[in-house]
Structure formats: C-alpha cells, structure tokens
Write a protein that binds this ligand. Structure first.
Ligand SMILES: [Zn+2]
Length: 409
C-alpha cells in the first residue's frame, strides 16, 4: 500500500495543568518542565519510519538504496521530526515561562505535542506571541534544514534525504498549525487578535472555538474526500482523526474557560456549608441510621470541634446488618487521615478537582484542627448555575434573545 501520506502534526497547548493523557513516560526534565512521551507516539514513529523506508515508500522511490539503509535513514528522519516537534513545543513553553506562566509538562503523542501551561496568558499580546512562536520555530527549523540540504545534498544522499525531508515536514507543521482553528496555534493567534479587539477573553474564545470546530469538520471532510477520491487511505484516516481530536479540544476549551472564569477568586471557605450533621464517635451504627443518615448523605464524626472522620451510607454497606446495634461509628467511618480536606482559602476549582479525581461528593473544610464546614459538588454546581444566570449576555446571545422576544412583544 502506498504510504507516502505525510502526516501533519497538530499541536496545542492548554491553560489547564490537568493531565489529558494516561500512559505517559517521563523521558527528561527541561527547565523544570517534564517531557513526556505518550505510548501512541511509538505507533506514529513506527508508521513514519515504515512509510519512508518501505519498498514502495518515499525513499525507495527517490534513491537506489538497500532496504536496511532506507529503514535506517527513515528512522533517523522520523526521530529528528519528533525532535523538531519538541523544539516547537519548547518554544511555546519557554516563552510562556519567560512571561511568568508556569509550565507543567510537554507531552508528545500521536498527533503531535501538547504544552501544559498552568494558566491562560495575562493579556492578548502575550497570547499572540506564545502562540506564534511555535510555528515560527517550525519555519526556522525548515530554513535551517533547507540550508543544510543545499550544502550537503550533493555530497551525501543520506544527509540530503534527511535534511530535505525535515525541511519539508517542518514547513508543513508550521503551516498546518497556523490554521485558525482554536486550540491550534493559528486559532490562538486568532483568539489573541479578537481578545485585543473585543477586550473580552470569553467572547474571543467562543468565536475562535467555533472556527476551531468548523475547521475540524473541514478536516474530516477533506479526509473522507482523500479516502475515496484519491485512494489515499492512511492520509484520509489521519485527517479524520485529527479532525476528531480538534473538534473535542475546541468544544471543551470554551466550557473549561467559562468554568474557570465563573469560579475565579471563589474559595472553598466562601462556598462551604456550615450546617452539617455531626455525631459522637461512640454512637452505634443503628442509631446513626435511624436518627441521621435517612436525611443526609454524610455525617461528620466529631469530638467538640475536632473532626475525627466522615461516615456515609456506603461505609455502612460494608458492615453486616447484625452488627449495626453494637458496632460504633468510630470503627466504621473514613478516618480523618484518609480524607481529602481543603483549607478555607483553597480555590474552589481545586476542591472541585479533588472531588472529581477521587469520585467523592464532599470535602471537609478545615482550619488547623477545627472543622468549619463542607464543600459539596451540589453546592458548587448550584453556584455555577447562579453565576451563569447573572452573567451579562455576550453580543451574539443578546441578539438571539431579542429575536426570540420580538414575536411576543
Ligand atoms: Zn504549537
């Protein structure tokens, strides 16, 4: 099967420091940034090497080499291509660091790279440069490899093949990432321009994300077209997958930002619920069930203001019913040291993350030893809804609202 399709490398970075991929291997640490390789990278490395070195691959068509030679040069080319992707990501990350944004990691995976910035840039200008420097690095690498090709292609066909390939694929990477679909680099550039013009990050993100989703559908359509019209099966499937990846990324990025903006500056202390049920540690389970657990999800086990643990219905499910009269709450609860607790000053987004990560519905808010209250998922969701209703509608929404009201008035 002809596999000359050169996969473009999509890359993105996000303002959230959460891990987006499982199965990463840490290979290095550069300027405090973890360089991670996702297992899917090995697939694309193998595929690229094969597509360059195979009997009907690119190098077989251009050079009169033995198979072993073709695969070796193919592997070196593929490896240097991924080194170029890392250089592209590093340029985003190092500039972000210089502009005061912590960077957690760079992950290389099947579609390219992701730099995990801990937060969004402070202003439109920073955003523009952090986004633009990546494709800029790809074009610079393309130029460097182009010069090397010019100097050495006549001397050695091996070096000529490698440098020529790297020059072209870096141009392709730079150009592809300048496509204005958020969260590709080009979409980030678009967002920074809109952000500068509209002075509203949320509105800018929504527009750029819509262009991103549209771009994703266009890529998928192009993939389907390639698949059927040119018989370029792998290239077609590749574009379809990149389209899916981009569509997901563009859709979730706006929602994530909305959530961050809604909850910005909100602390666990300000959203905590001070009314909760508490029982002494020596109470029997049966009494707990009869008097408390029928009306609340969880009960704090306390001595004065000290929290010893938390007990929920699922803790009791583990205990045989015959022991409910005799067994104490203390022996059944989840003890304090196993609980995930937050301080009153903990940002609510962090509390939400803890609840999501450990699949729990509430976290105690503690100051030194005293229990102050609980933050529950339900309370946070209600707050988000409340804020969302208060939020002044953006331009597009307002127009839609007017349109809807017109027939009634
Ligand atoms: Zn980039």
């Amino acid at each position: 099967m002809p596999t000359r399709a050169v996969p473009a490398s999509a890359d993105t970075y996000h303002g959230q420091a959460e891990e987006i991929l499982d199965g990463n291997i840490r290979v290095a640490r550069i300027a405090g940034i973890d360089l991670l390789i996702h297992w899917s990278w090995f697939l694309i490395f193998g595929f690229l090497t094969y597509s360059l070195g195979a009997d009907d691959g690119l190098y077989a068509e251009m050079f009169d080499w033995a198979a072993r030679e073709r695969y070796l040069i193919g592997a070196i080319s593929a490896f240097l291509f991924f080194a170029s992707v890392i250089a592209h990501e590093l340029s985003h990350s190092l500039l972000a660091l210089r502009l005061g944004i912590p960077v957690k990691s760079i992950t290389i995976f099947i579609f390219g790279g992701v730099s995990a910035l801990e937060r969004e840039p402070d202003n439109a200008r920073h955003e523009f440069w952090i986004a633009f420097v990546g494709p800029g690095m790809s074009f610079l690498l393309a130029a460097v490899f182009g010069v090397l090709w010019f100097l050495f292609a006549g001397t050695s066909t091996h070096i000529g093949a490698i440098t020529g390939y790297l020059s072209l694929i870096n141009v392709a990477t730079g150009a592809f990432n300048l496509v204005p679909g958020y969260p590709l680099d080009g979409g980030r550039v678009l967002r920074s321009i809109l952000w500068g013009l509209k002075r509203n990050l949320l509105v800018a993100t929504r527009i750029a994300a819509r262009v991103g989703t549209l771009t994703a559908y266009l890529l998928m359509a192009a993939g389907i077209f390639m698949f059927f019209s040119f018989g370029n099966i792998i290239g077609g499937i590749w574009l379809i997958f990149i389209g899916f990846f981009l569509k997901n990324a563009s859709e979730t990025s706006y929602e994530q930002l909305l959530l961050d903006q809604t909850l910005k500056g909100v602390t666990a202390g300000s959203l905590m619920n001070r009314t909760y049920e508490s029982v002494p540690p020596d109470m029997a389970l049966q009494e707990l069930i009869d008097k408390h657990l029928f009306r609340t999800r969880f009960v704090a086990v306390m001595v004065e203001t000290n929290l010893l643990g938390v007990i929920t219905a699922s803790d009791i499910k583990e205990v045989p019913q015959t022991e409910w009269e005799t067994r104490s709450v203390y022996r059944t609860m989840t003890p304090r040291e196993k609980l995930h607790v937050v301080q009153p000053t903990t940002p609510i987004t962090e509390a939400l993350q803890i609840m999501a990560e450990h699949d729990i519905h509430q976290v105690p808010v503690i100051a030194t030893y005293d229990l102050l209250g609980f933050v529950t998922r339900g309370d946070v969701l209600r707050f988000i809804e409340f804020r969302a209703n208060l939020r002044p509608p953006a331009q597009g929404e307002r127009e839609q609202e007017r349109g809807a009201e017109a027939p009634l008035s």
